[in-house]
Design a protein around this ligand. Structure first.
Ligand code: DGL
Length: 266
C-alpha cells in the first residue's frame, strides 16, 4: 500500500500549486496529477457538471491504483466532495477544510474574506467550514472569475492583472478583513499582485501547506506513508498535453516528463 501513488486533480494548472506542496512535504511519494484542460474552467459551471467531471477523473485515478485522492480544486471540493466520498472506495481529501482551519487560526480581528470562483462562492462551503470553527467570524466572499484565465495564461505580472485585482479587491479592503483566503488553487499564481494591493496587514491563506500536512498525517496514521526513494510524478491532461507541459514546467520551475493525454469517460 505504501508504494501506491497519490492522485491529485484540478480543472487545469491551479492544482499544481498543491502538487508542489505535496512534493515538498512528501518527497518519497509517487504522485499522479490530472489537469482537466478539456473542461476548464469549472468555476462558472453547474454543480452537476463539476460533479460529473470530478467523478470521471477520480475513477480514472482509482484505476491507476492510488491510495489517496487529493481534490486540488476548491470548486470541485466545494461541490463534488460528498459525492466523491459516497461513490469511491479510495479516501478523498479536499482543500476547503484545511484553508478554513488555517484562516480561523490566523485571523486577529475575526474578519475573513474568501476569494473564489463563482461555484465556490455559491456553495458557501468556506463560510460553513469557518463558522464551524469560529462562530463569531465575520466573513465576506468575492468571486473573481477573471483570475483563472489570467493565471492559466501566466499573466500575473501584466498591468491587466493589477487592474482586475484592484476592482475585485475593493469590497475586501472595505471589509477590513485581516485574513484573505485564496479559495481557488489558481489564485496563488497571482499572489504577488494580490498581496501588493492588500498590503502588509493582511495575511493571505492558501490551502497548499495545510493540505500537505493533513495528507501526511492521514497516511502516517494508516501506516501508508512512503519514507524511502525519490517520488516520481506523472501528469495527465484531458486536452492539449503539449501546451499543458509547457505551462506546467514554467509554473513548477523544473522539467517534467511527458504529459499523457487522457480523455475522460463522461
Ligand atoms: N482551480 C480551481 C479551483 O480551485 C478552479 C478554477 C476553474 O476551473 O474555474 O476552484
Amino acid at each position: 500500500m505504501k508504494k501506491q501513488p497519490i492522485g491529485v486533480f484540478d480543472s487545469g494548472l491551479g492544482g499544481l500549486t498543491i502538487l508542489k506542496a505535496l512534493r515538498r512535504q512528501l518527497p518519497h511519494e509517487d504522485l499522479i496529477y490530472f489537469g482537466d484542460t478539456a473542461n476548464v474552467p469549472y468555476g462558472s459551471k453547474s454543480k452537476a457538471a463539476v460533479t460529473k467531471f470530478s467523478l470521471a477523473i477520480a475513477r480514472f485515478l482509482q484505476s491507476q491504483g492510488v491510495k489517496l485522492i487529493v481534490v486540488a480544486c476548491n470548486t470541485a471540493s466545494a461541490q463534488a466532495l460528498s459525492e466523491l466520498h459516497r461513490q469511491l472506495d479510495v479516501p478523498v481529501m479536499g482543500v476547503i477544510e484545511p484553508g478554513a482551519q488555517r484562516a480561523a487560526a490566523v485571523t486577529q480581528n475575526g474578519r475573513i474574506a474568501v476569494l473564489g470562483t463563482e461555484g465556490t462562492v455559491r456553495s458557501k462551503a468556506y463560510p460553513k467550514a469557518i463558522l464551524k470553527r469560529f462562530p463569531k467570524a465575520r466573513i465576506i466572499q468575492q468571486a473573481c472569475p477573471l483570475f483563472v484565465p489570467l493565471a492559466e495564461e501566466s499573466w500575473g505580472k501584466k498591468p491587466a492583472a493589477a487592474l482586475i485585482a484592484q476592482e475585485y479587491l475593493k469590497p475586501v479592503q472595505k471589509s477590513r478583513a485581516d485574513t484573505v483566503i485564496l479559495g481557488c488553487t489558481h489564485y496563488p499564481l497571482l499572489k504577488p499582485v494580490i498581496a501588493k494591493i492588500l498590503g502588509k496587514g493582511v495575511t493571505l491563506v492558501d490551502s497548499a501547506n495545510t493540505l500537505a500536512d493533513a495528507a501526511q498525517l492521514f497516511l502516517a496514521g494508516r501506516a501508508q506513508l512512503e519514507t524511502q526513494g525519490k517520488g516520481r510524478v506523472q501528469l495527465y491532461a484531458s486536452d492539449d498535453p503539449t501546451r499543458f507541459k509547457h505551462l506546467a514546467e514554467k509554473l513548477l520551475g523544473e522539467k517534467i516528463g511527458t504529459v499523457r493525454l487522457k480523455k475522460l469517460d463522461l
